[in-house]
Write a protein that binds this ligand. Structure first.
Ligand SMILES: [Mg+2]
Length: 247
């Protein structure tokens, strides 16, 4: 297959936490010689600029417009729907900064939306505050529903676990911004500028990366360096076109 573009997930594909996976720099350089490369992550904890720096520290040079994150997508979504609205954030600095750069006011009261991402300082108090805003009419937005996050020392709870807690407490289903939502799908196609049929989506999660690629009509490759085992692929109804040991 002669692919013209490659959409790559980050966590579990390019690195685990702060450790790059073996040989990824060389592999990505080869993909870039063959076509357009776009990195798309559901991880909302860093800004796009911080991902540029992180990849650079691993020897992979990329431009900011080659990176899409769920935090950036959430900031675009909020600013397009509510303008310079006020939102309550359950998340980390990357999410907060992306929102503020688009003119969104991150605050504690008068909130049009509650925006949720991975928050490693999540507390009962934040859960209660999010619940209160939703009861008062704020919309619940999930940057992602990933149940876990791949790190160098194994899987840790992901944003999906926090989203679930807020959904249960508020009795509301969140609107999903990240993969495999249509919101992220449209952003990927817009940013890519290559036909989906000529694009390969590469990721380590069936229900986000592979589901997103399939929804967009792309070919898909699951790598086994992250959140999914070969046994899970064989049991799943979501079938990637390729299953690879690594990138
Ligand atoms: Mg991943």
């Amino acid at each position: 297959m002669d692919f013209k573009a490659f959409v790559l997930d980050l966590d579990g594909v390019v690195y685990r936490g702060s450790e790059p996976l073996p040989g990824v720099g060389e592999k990505i350089a080869r993909l870039r010689r063959r076509g357009r490369v776009l990195f798309v992550t559901n991880n909302s904890t860093k800004t796009r600029g911080e991902y540029v720096d992180k990849l650079s520290s691993l020897g992979i040079e990329v431009e900011e417009d080659e990176i899409l994150t769920s935090a950036y997508a959430a900031a675009l979504y909020v600013s397009e729907h509510w303008g310079r609205a006020g939102v309550y954030v359950v998340g980390e600095d990357g999410l907060r900064k992306e929102l503020e750069w688009r003119g969104v006011s991150v605050r504690e009261s008068g909130c049009s939306a509650v925006v949720v991402g991975l928050d490693r300082k999540f507390t009962y108090e934040k859960l209660a505050t999010a619940q209160r805003h939703i009861q008062q009419g704020a919309e619940l937005l999930a940057t992602n529903r990933d149940p876990t996050l791949v790190t160098e020392s194994g899987l840790i709870p992901g944003a999906g676990a926090i989203v679930a807690a807020i959904e249960v407490a508020s009795g509301t289903r969140a609107r999903l911004i990240g993969k495999p939502s249509r919101i992220m799908g449209e952003l990927i196609l817009r940013q890519l500028g290559v036909e989906a049929e000529k694009t390969l989506m590469i990721g380590d999660r069936l229900d986000t990366d592979i589901a997103m690629g399939r929804a967009l009509g792309m070919r898909t490759a699951l790598v086994l360096t992250g959140a999914t085992t070969r046994e899970e692929v064989e049991r799943s109804r979501i079938r990637p076109d390729y299953v690879l040991d690594r990138l």
